[in-house]
Ligand binder design. Sequence first.
Ligand SMILES: *Cc1c(COP(=O)(O)O)cnc(C)c1O
Length: 310
Amino acid sequence: MKKINVTKSFLPPLDEFVAYLENIWESGNLTNQGPLLTQLEEQLSKKLDVNNIQIVSNGTIALQIALRALDITDGEIITTPFSYVATTSSILWERCTPVFVDIEPHTFCIDVKKIEAAITPQTKAIMAVHVFGYPCDVEAIEAIAARYKLKVVYDAAHAFGAKYKGRSLLDFGDISTCSFHATKPFHTSEGGAVVARNAEVSRRLNLIKHFGHVGDDHYTLGINAKASEFQAAMGLCNLKYIDDIITRRKAVHELYESLLDSRFYRPAIASYTQHNYAYFPVLFQDDKETLDVMRVLNAKKKLTSQNFYP
Ligand SMILES: *Cc1c(COP(=O)(O)O)cnc(C)c1O
Protein backbone atom coordinates (compact mmCIF):
# COMPACT_ATOMS: atom_id res chain seq x y z
CA MET A 1 0.00 0.00 0.00
CA LYS A 2 1.17 3.49 -0.83
CA LYS A 3 2.24 5.43 2.27
CA ILE A 4 0.29 8.62 2.93
CA ASN A 5 2.12 11.03 5.18
CA VAL A 6 0.22 13.25 7.59
CA THR A 7 2.23 16.20 6.27
CA LYS A 8 2.49 15.33 2.59
CA SER A 9 3.51 18.50 0.72
CA PHE A 10 1.47 19.96 -2.10
CA LEU A 11 3.39 20.07 -5.37
CA PRO A 12 2.21 22.17 -8.32
CA PRO A 13 2.16 20.77 -11.89
CA LEU A 14 5.83 20.41 -12.82
CA ASP A 15 5.49 22.31 -16.12
CA GLU A 16 4.28 25.39 -14.24
CA PHE A 17 7.37 25.33 -12.04
CA VAL A 18 9.61 24.74 -15.08
CA ALA A 19 8.16 27.84 -16.76
CA TYR A 20 9.40 29.91 -13.79
CA LEU A 21 12.78 28.17 -13.96
CA GLU A 22 13.07 29.21 -17.61
CA ASN A 23 12.30 32.73 -16.50
CA ILE A 24 15.13 32.53 -13.92
CA TRP A 25 17.56 31.16 -16.54
CA GLU A 26 16.65 34.03 -18.82
CA SER A 27 16.96 36.81 -16.24
CA GLY A 28 20.01 35.38 -14.50
CA ASN A 29 18.50 36.57 -11.21
CA LEU A 30 18.82 33.93 -8.50
CA THR A 31 18.32 35.90 -5.31
CA ASN A 32 18.67 39.31 -3.56
CA GLN A 33 15.09 40.51 -3.79
CA GLY A 34 14.65 39.33 -7.36
CA PRO A 35 11.61 40.00 -9.56
CA LEU A 36 9.81 36.73 -8.69
CA LEU A 37 10.13 37.40 -4.97
CA THR A 38 8.81 40.93 -5.41
CA GLN A 39 5.93 39.55 -7.47
CA LEU A 40 5.09 36.98 -4.80
CA GLU A 41 5.20 39.61 -2.05
CA GLU A 42 2.74 41.75 -4.03
CA GLN A 43 0.40 38.81 -4.59
CA LEU A 44 0.55 37.77 -0.93
CA SER A 45 -0.10 41.30 0.22
CA LYS A 46 -3.30 41.34 -1.88
CA LYS A 47 -4.32 37.79 -1.06
CA LEU A 48 -3.91 38.22 2.69
CA ASP A 49 -4.90 41.90 2.72
CA VAL A 50 -1.81 42.99 4.70
CA ASN A 51 0.73 45.74 4.21
CA ASN A 52 4.45 45.35 4.76
CA ILE A 53 4.75 41.64 4.10
CA GLN A 54 8.31 40.46 3.53
CA ILE A 55 9.30 36.95 2.61
CA VAL A 56 12.25 35.48 4.48
CA SER A 57 14.21 32.24 4.31
CA ASN A 58 12.16 30.39 6.94
CA GLY A 59 9.61 30.84 9.72
CA THR A 60 12.15 30.53 12.52
CA ILE A 61 14.45 33.32 11.36
CA ALA A 62 11.23 35.35 10.97
CA LEU A 63 10.66 35.07 14.74
CA GLN A 64 14.29 35.88 15.51
CA ILE A 65 14.48 39.00 13.35
CA ALA A 66 11.08 40.10 14.69
CA LEU A 67 12.60 40.29 18.19
CA ARG A 68 15.65 42.14 16.82
CA ALA A 69 13.55 44.64 14.89
CA LEU A 70 11.61 45.43 18.07
CA ASP A 71 14.90 45.90 19.95
CA ILE A 72 14.24 43.00 22.29
CA THR A 73 17.70 41.67 23.09
CA ASP A 74 17.23 40.58 26.71
CA GLY A 75 14.55 40.18 29.38
CA GLU A 76 11.50 37.95 29.61
CA ILE A 77 9.06 37.04 26.88
CA ILE A 78 5.71 35.59 27.79
CA THR A 79 4.85 32.68 25.55
CA THR A 80 3.03 29.37 25.21
CA PRO A 81 4.57 25.97 25.80
CA PHE A 82 2.11 24.39 23.33
CA SER A 83 3.82 25.06 20.03
CA TYR A 84 6.51 23.74 17.77
CA VAL A 85 9.95 24.06 19.40
CA ALA A 86 10.89 27.00 17.13
CA THR A 87 8.73 29.42 19.12
CA THR A 88 10.67 28.86 22.35
CA SER A 89 14.04 28.21 20.73
CA SER A 90 13.93 31.52 18.85
CA ILE A 91 13.44 33.32 22.17
CA LEU A 92 16.37 31.46 23.72
CA TRP A 93 18.50 31.93 20.59
CA GLU A 94 17.99 35.68 20.96
CA ARG A 95 19.20 35.33 24.58
CA CYS A 96 15.86 36.22 26.10
CA THR A 97 14.00 34.17 28.71
CA PRO A 98 10.76 32.42 27.79
CA VAL A 99 8.10 32.57 30.50
CA PHE A 100 5.39 30.00 29.91
CA VAL A 101 1.73 30.71 30.45
CA ASP A 102 -0.75 27.84 30.24
CA ILE A 103 -3.16 27.41 27.33
CA GLU A 104 -6.96 27.54 27.14
CA PRO A 105 -8.75 24.22 26.65
CA HIS A 106 -11.09 25.47 23.92
CA THR A 107 -8.50 26.98 21.53
CA PHE A 108 -5.18 25.47 22.72
CA CYS A 109 -3.83 29.07 22.54
CA ILE A 110 -2.28 31.06 25.40
CA ASP A 111 -4.78 31.72 28.23
CA VAL A 112 -5.10 35.51 28.33
CA LYS A 113 -6.55 35.39 31.85
CA LYS A 114 -3.19 34.07 33.08
CA ILE A 115 -0.89 36.50 31.27
CA GLU A 116 -0.94 39.38 33.77
CA ALA A 117 0.20 37.15 36.66
CA ALA A 118 3.32 36.29 34.64
CA ILE A 119 4.34 39.91 33.96
CA THR A 120 7.40 41.18 35.85
CA PRO A 121 9.54 44.33 35.51
CA GLN A 122 11.74 42.27 33.11
CA THR A 123 8.89 41.43 30.72
CA LYS A 124 9.46 42.90 27.27
CA ALA A 125 6.99 41.14 25.04
CA ILE A 126 4.30 38.55 24.50
CA MET A 127 4.97 35.92 21.83
CA ALA A 128 1.70 34.09 21.24
CA VAL A 129 0.87 31.38 18.72
CA HIS A 130 -2.34 30.95 16.72
CA VAL A 131 -1.91 27.26 17.18
CA PHE A 132 -3.41 25.05 14.43
CA GLY A 133 -4.75 28.28 12.92
CA TYR A 134 -7.16 28.92 15.81
CA PRO A 135 -6.87 32.61 16.73
CA CYS A 136 -5.57 33.79 20.09
CA ASP A 137 -7.74 36.29 21.95
CA VAL A 138 -6.03 39.07 20.02
CA GLU A 139 -8.18 41.82 21.54
CA ALA A 140 -7.35 40.88 25.14
CA ILE A 141 -3.66 40.54 24.28
CA GLU A 142 -3.64 43.96 22.65
CA ALA A 143 -5.24 45.50 25.76
CA ILE A 144 -2.72 43.86 28.12
CA ALA A 145 0.20 44.89 25.92
CA ALA A 146 -1.00 48.49 25.86
CA ARG A 147 -1.48 48.55 29.64
CA TYR A 148 2.01 47.20 30.39
CA LYS A 149 3.79 48.70 27.34
CA LEU A 150 4.78 45.32 25.96
CA LYS A 151 5.51 44.39 22.37
CA VAL A 152 3.48 41.63 20.75
CA VAL A 153 4.82 39.09 18.27
CA TYR A 154 2.46 36.48 16.86
CA ASP A 155 3.87 33.24 15.62
CA ALA A 156 1.26 32.80 12.89
CA ALA A 157 3.10 29.87 11.30
CA HIS A 158 -0.18 27.91 11.20
CA ALA A 159 -2.44 30.79 10.30
CA PHE A 160 -2.02 31.36 6.54
CA GLY A 161 -5.40 32.39 5.15
CA ALA A 162 -7.10 32.41 8.57
CA LYS A 163 -9.14 35.43 9.59
CA TYR A 164 -10.43 36.94 12.83
CA LYS A 165 -13.59 39.04 12.43
CA GLY A 166 -12.83 39.47 8.74
CA ARG A 167 -9.23 40.55 9.27
CA SER A 168 -6.18 38.45 8.40
CA LEU A 169 -4.60 36.79 11.44
CA LEU A 170 -1.28 38.01 10.05
CA ASP A 171 -2.41 41.58 10.66
CA PHE A 172 -2.19 41.60 14.47
CA GLY A 173 0.53 42.45 16.98
CA ASP A 174 3.60 44.59 16.28
CA ILE A 175 4.83 41.79 14.02
CA SER A 176 3.25 38.55 12.86
CA THR A 177 5.38 35.83 11.37
CA CYS A 178 4.44 32.96 9.09
CA SER A 179 6.13 29.78 7.95
CA PHE A 180 6.10 28.69 4.33
CA HIS A 181 7.76 25.37 5.13
CA ALA A 182 6.90 22.37 2.92
CA THR A 183 4.62 20.95 5.63
CA LYS A 184 2.41 24.06 5.79
CA PRO A 185 -0.64 24.51 3.49
CA PHE A 186 1.01 27.35 1.56
CA HIS A 187 4.69 26.72 1.09
CA THR A 188 7.81 27.82 -0.78
CA SER A 189 9.67 24.56 0.15
CA GLU A 190 11.53 26.48 2.86
CA GLY A 191 10.41 30.00 3.63
CA GLY A 192 8.47 32.33 5.83
CA ALA A 193 7.28 35.88 6.19
CA VAL A 194 7.23 38.82 8.54
CA VAL A 195 4.33 41.26 8.58
CA ALA A 196 4.88 44.50 10.48
CA ARG A 197 2.03 46.77 11.45
CA ASN A 198 4.27 49.82 11.34
CA ALA A 199 6.30 50.99 8.32
CA GLU A 200 9.36 51.87 10.42
CA VAL A 201 9.46 48.39 11.97
CA SER A 202 9.08 46.96 8.47
CA ARG A 203 12.04 49.03 7.29
CA ARG A 204 14.14 47.68 10.20
CA LEU A 205 13.15 44.12 9.35
CA ASN A 206 14.19 44.70 5.75
CA LEU A 207 17.58 46.05 6.82
CA ILE A 208 18.21 43.22 9.29
CA LYS A 209 17.35 40.52 6.76
CA HIS A 210 19.86 42.03 4.28
CA PHE A 211 22.91 41.96 6.60
CA GLY A 212 22.06 45.39 8.04
CA HIS A 213 23.38 47.37 5.11
CA VAL A 214 22.20 49.18 2.01
CA GLY A 215 25.03 49.40 -0.51
CA ASP A 216 28.13 50.52 1.38
CA ASP A 217 26.20 52.06 4.26
CA HIS A 218 25.98 49.79 7.32
CA TYR A 219 23.21 50.74 9.73
CA THR A 220 22.72 47.85 12.14
CA LEU A 221 23.71 44.30 12.96
CA GLY A 222 22.06 42.10 10.39
CA ILE A 223 21.82 38.55 9.18
CA ASN A 224 21.00 36.77 5.94
CA ALA A 225 17.29 35.96 6.02
CA LYS A 226 16.65 36.35 2.30
CA ALA A 227 14.56 34.01 0.20
CA SER A 228 15.74 32.98 -3.27
CA GLU A 229 14.01 33.19 -6.64
CA PHE A 230 13.57 29.39 -6.55
CA GLN A 231 11.55 29.69 -3.33
CA ALA A 232 9.56 32.53 -4.89
CA ALA A 233 8.88 30.40 -7.98
CA MET A 234 7.47 27.61 -5.81
CA GLY A 235 5.35 30.16 -3.96
CA LEU A 236 3.99 31.71 -7.17
CA CYS A 237 3.01 28.24 -8.42
CA ASN A 238 1.40 27.21 -5.13
CA LEU A 239 -0.48 30.44 -4.45
CA LYS A 240 -2.65 29.74 -7.51
CA TYR A 241 -3.89 26.57 -5.81
CA ILE A 242 -4.24 27.71 -2.20
CA ASP A 243 -8.00 28.40 -2.32
CA ASP A 244 -8.51 24.96 -3.82
CA ILE A 245 -6.24 23.38 -1.19
CA ILE A 246 -8.16 25.01 1.66
CA THR A 247 -11.55 24.09 0.13
CA ARG A 248 -10.49 20.46 -0.16
CA ARG A 249 -9.17 20.46 3.40
CA LYS A 250 -12.48 21.92 4.59
CA ALA A 251 -14.40 19.06 2.96
CA VAL A 252 -12.16 16.49 4.67
CA HIS A 253 -12.51 18.36 7.96
CA GLU A 254 -16.31 18.27 7.68
CA LEU A 255 -16.26 14.57 6.88
CA TYR A 256 -14.14 13.86 9.98
CA GLU A 257 -16.45 16.04 12.08
CA SER A 258 -19.52 14.18 10.89
CA LEU A 259 -18.03 10.75 11.56
CA LEU A 260 -16.11 11.31 14.77
CA ASP A 261 -17.77 10.64 18.11
CA SER A 262 -18.24 13.73 20.28
CA ARG A 263 -16.33 12.11 23.13
CA PHE A 264 -13.17 12.90 21.16
CA TYR A 265 -12.59 16.51 22.02
CA ARG A 266 -11.52 19.01 19.36
CA PRO A 267 -11.55 22.79 19.46
CA ALA A 268 -14.61 24.46 17.94
CA ILE A 269 -14.21 26.94 15.10
CA ALA A 270 -15.59 30.22 16.42
CA SER A 271 -18.26 31.89 14.29
CA TYR A 272 -16.18 35.09 13.96
CA THR A 273 -13.23 33.26 12.42
CA GLN A 274 -12.37 31.99 8.99
CA HIS A 275 -10.43 28.79 9.38
CA ASN A 276 -7.72 27.34 7.10
CA TYR A 277 -8.23 23.67 8.04
CA ALA A 278 -4.47 23.13 8.15
CA TYR A 279 -4.78 20.68 11.05
CA PHE A 280 -7.42 18.49 12.62
CA PRO A 281 -6.44 18.38 16.30
CA VAL A 282 -8.10 15.78 18.52
CA LEU A 283 -7.54 15.59 22.27
CA PHE A 284 -7.55 12.15 23.89
CA GLN A 285 -8.13 11.16 27.50
CA ASP A 286 -4.57 10.11 28.23
CA ASP A 287 -1.31 8.89 26.71
CA LYS A 288 -2.51 5.32 26.45
CA GLU A 289 -5.61 6.21 24.43
CA THR A 290 -3.53 8.53 22.22
CA LEU A 291 -0.91 5.89 21.50
CA ASP A 292 -3.52 3.15 20.92
CA VAL A 293 -5.32 5.28 18.32
CA MET A 294 -2.07 6.29 16.64
CA ARG A 295 -0.93 2.68 16.47
CA VAL A 296 -4.09 1.66 14.62
CA LEU A 297 -4.22 4.68 12.30
CA ASN A 298 -0.53 4.58 11.47
CA ALA A 299 -0.27 0.83 10.96
CA LYS A 300 -0.88 1.09 7.22
CA LYS A 301 -0.54 4.80 6.56
CA LYS A 302 1.07 7.53 8.64
CA LEU A 303 -2.14 9.46 9.16
CA THR A 304 -1.45 11.01 12.56
CA SER A 305 1.32 12.61 14.55
CA GLN A 306 1.51 13.66 18.16
CA ASN A 307 1.72 17.46 18.43
CA PHE A 308 3.84 18.76 20.07
CA TYR A 309 5.78 15.80 21.34
CA PRO A 310 7.58 15.30 23.68
C1 LIG B 1 6.62 25.45 11.29
C2 LIG B 1 6.63 26.29 12.51
C3 LIG B 1 7.66 27.21 12.81
C4 LIG B 1 8.96 27.24 12.08
O1 LIG B 1 8.87 27.52 10.77
P1 LIG B 1 10.05 27.05 9.77
O2 LIG B 1 9.64 27.69 8.48
O3 LIG B 1 10.01 25.55 9.71
O4 LIG B 1 11.33 27.58 10.31
C5 LIG B 1 7.50 28.07 13.89
N1 LIG B 1 6.42 28.00 14.68
C6 LIG B 1 5.43 27.11 14.46
C7 LIG B 1 4.26 27.11 15.37
C8 LIG B 1 5.51 26.21 13.39
O5 LIG B 1 4.56 25.29 13.20
